[in-house]
Write a protein that binds this ligand. Structure first.
Ligand code: FPP
Length: 247
C-alpha cells in the first residue's frame, strides 16, 4: 500500500528544500559516466516536482548547483549546464500544465549565457502561475547570499534609506535571494550524507531534517511520501514547550 494514504494533506510542508545528492555514486555503481547519473537525476527532479504539486506543497527549492560545484572538472560542469538548458526547454510544458512558477536563486550572472537566457524565458513565461513555486538554487552559496544582503543593507544605511535600528529579520529576509519565499519547513538530503553544504543557512533556522541513504536518481514518489510522513510525526516546538504547543 502506498504511503500516500498516511499523509495528512492539511499538514504538508509549506516550503520543502532538497539537497539532491548521489548522482555520481549512482553512475559509478553501474560502471557509467557521472553525466549519466546527472541525467538520471533529472528524472527524479521531474517526478519530485509533479508529486510536490499534487501534494499541495506551495514552495519547492532544489539545490541544483552550488558555488563550490564550479570546482568540478570542466567536462562535468559543461554537462550539468547543458542538462539544465535541455531540461528547461523540455519541462516548460510540464510547468505550465501544472501551474508551476519557476524561480532561480544564486549568483546567476556566473551562469553561461545560454542558461541565463533559458532561465529568464521560463521564469517570465511561468510568472503568473500560482499552484507552486519551484526555485532552482544555481551557482548558489548561502554565505555569499548573506554577504550580498549585508552589502545591500549597508548601502541603504549609508544613504539614509534605512536606519540601523530598523534592521530586523524582515529587512534581512527582503535582501536575501529568497525574498518573498517563506522559511524552509523541511530539508531532505539524499545519499546518506548528513551535512548542509552552504544551503539556505538563514532560511532553515526552524526546519526539520530528513536524511535518506537513497541516491538521488533512485529517489521515487514513495521515498518522498516517506519523508513527508516522517515530517508529520515530528512536533515542531519553535523553542516552546510541548505543553504550550498542544494547547
Ligand atoms: C549531486 O550529485 C548532484 C548535483 C551536483 C547536481 C544536481 C543536478 C541534477 C539533478 C540535474 C539537473 C538539475 C535540474 C534542476 C534539471 P553528485 O554529483 O554530487 O553525486 P556524488 O556525491 O555521488 O558524486
Amino acid at each position: 500500500m502506498s504511503l500516500l494514504n498516511n499523509i495528512n494533506q492539511n499538514n504538508v510542508p509549506n516550503h520543502l528544500a532538497i539537497i539532491m545528492d548521489g548522482n555520481g555514486r549512482w553512475a559509478k555503481q553501474r560502471g557509467l559516466l557521472r553525466s549519466i547519473g546527472h541525467e538520471g537525476g533529472t528524472k527524479s527532479v521531474r517526478t519530485t516536482v509533479e508529486t510536490c504539486a499534487k501534494l499541495g506543497i506551495k514552495n519547492l527549492t532544489l539545490y541544483a548547483f552550488s558555488t563550490e560545484n564550479w570546482n568540478r572538472p570542466k567536462l562535468e560542469v559543461d554537462t550539468l549546464m547543458k542538462l539544465l538548458v535541455s531540461s528547461l526547454k523540455k519541462e516548460i510544458k510540464t510547468l505550465q500544465e501544472n501551474n508551476i512558477k519557476l524561480n532561480a536563486i544564486g549568483n546567476l550572472t556566473n551562469l553561461p549565457n545560454k542558461v541565463q537566457k533559458e532561465l529568464k524565458e521560463v521564469i517570465s513565461k511561468t510568472s503568473t502561475n500560482t499552484r507552486m513555486t519551484l526555485t532552482l538554487a544555481l551557482s548558489y552559496g548561502s554565505r555569499e547570499e548573506i554577504i550580498q544582503a549585508v552589502k545591500k543593507i549597508s548601502e541603504k544605511v549609508k544613504n539614509n534609506i534605512i536606519s540601523i535600528e530598523a534592521i530586523d529579520e524582515s529587512i534581512i529576509n527582503q535582501h536575501l535571494y529568497t525574498q518573498d519565499i517563506p522559511d524552509v519547513d523541511l530539508v531532505i538530503r539524499t545519499s546518506g550524507e548528513h551535512r548542509i553544504s552552504n544551503f539556505l543557512l538563514w532560511q532553515i533556522a526552524y526546519a526539520e531534517f530528513y536524511f535518506t541513504d537513497v541516491l538521488w536518481p533512485d529517489f521515487s514518489e514513495e521515498n518522498l511520501y516517506e519523508a513527508i510522513v516522517s515530517y508529520q510525526q515530528r512536533e515542531r516546538r519553535f523553542g516552546k514547550t510541548s505543553e504550550q504547543i498542544s494547547k
